[in-house]
Design a protein around this ligand. Sequence first.
Ligand code: P53
Length: 479
Amino acid sequence: MTKGYKMPKGFLWGGAVAAHQLEGGWEADGKGVSIADVMTAGRNGVPRKVTDGVKDGEIYPNHWGNDFYHRYPEDDKLFAEMGFKCFRTSIAWTRIFPNGDEVEPNEAGLKFYDDMFDDLLSHGIQPVVTLSHFEIPYHLVKEYGGFSNRKMIDFFLHFAKTVFERYQDKVKYWMTFNEINNQTAWSDPHPLLQNSGLQLNDDDNWEQAMYQAAHYELVASALAVQAGHAINPDFQIGCMVAMCPIYPLTAKPQDIMMAERAMQKRYWYGDVHCLGEYPKWLPKYFDRKGFDMDITAADLATLKAGTVDYVGFSYYMSFVTKGRDGDSDYDFKEPEDFVENPYVEKSDWGWQIDPTGLRYAMNWMQDRWHLPQFIVENGFGAYDKREADGSVHDDYRISYFRDHILAMEQAVALDGVDLIGYTPWGCIDLVSASTGEMAKRYGFIYVDADDNGQGSFDRSKKDSFDWYQQVITSDGEDL
Ligand code: P53
């Protein structure tokens, strides 16, 4: 056993999921079609397809997820047994507004979350809720072009206000947009669709479109923060960034400058969310690129008035980059400008395993944004083998968590980072966002379902279940 540091009283140990990746019930009780419902199954190295609506003969794993929609009372009991103090999930926008542009919400959808939150609360588990987690109504993509359209700000705000009002006595911690910065690799169509509902043509300027959509999202987020605080001043409303620190390959000055620019390009979203303004380099960059941006003085005032209460972030891995000889533009592009890190191992999906990077990132954010932090995702996607007796010996997962939790605790206990809680990703097996697989498993709880939705969907405990229970019981001391 490794000795960790006790986390402060009230620390929110828990787990994290997103509605579209586990609920299933994609048509239940009036739910509309979201972008996750038109994404087919991929595999490790095989991208998911996006179809034009739901088509016969295609496999859509998010249609069934792990069937949480029907089984959550059983799952909540298991979370409680592990000792969860909180559970991070999202509200599927399409359960509340099936098309996204309705005036009146769908009462059956609202009731589902009322019941589910009540069940969690009856176990002493508080819900932590993301408003938009890769599940924009498909209608808003088709009819309005997703967040390429300023009108989306109003649709999002209407959704946000509706659920803030409804759940104001059940939910305290909120986040606006999941991994808002994970569309930085703008040459890949999936993040642009998942994050912003963009479907672009070959002759569109993809990079400009990404920045424009992100701007509208940031304005929508700032308005939601203000609306939420007006509804309940006790709300804590955070942003959510995908934190993958980017290191320079060597001490060569050009490598350092490239890594600096890479960090600026991945984390300017956090600057806007937390500090309420665009960093100085970015308007210069827009000018240099000739981008014609719709950013008004009123928008800038909104951003200033709607800064977040805390930084929610995911942490899975770090990246490395290097400068290009004779190039002083430092126009870092991902993933092209990533290089291998010779010092770290990788998962089967090529994700670099770097616990120290978590401590580094927490220090970096504390110094830059001066806000409490909340680790709302961290975890290890792996192929699990279920033995004949039903057990899963996932020592690789325990080892990943042990190293990362220790790094997190060092950031708190030794470096003074103000941390609200820790919710490991996919605490129960669910559908992978990038590949659509069930086989890329993250859970402490095994779900008997395969990539095609075959299986009993029965739940069972992996070895990591008992291990995480012991971590929580000891407040983080017994790792
Ligand atoms: P999957 C890329 C890099 C880091 C985090 O990812 C990412 C992604 C996009 O997939 O997404 C977050 O399932 C996301 C979750 C997602 C989780 O990480 O691809 O917020 O929805 O499931 C893990 O292995």
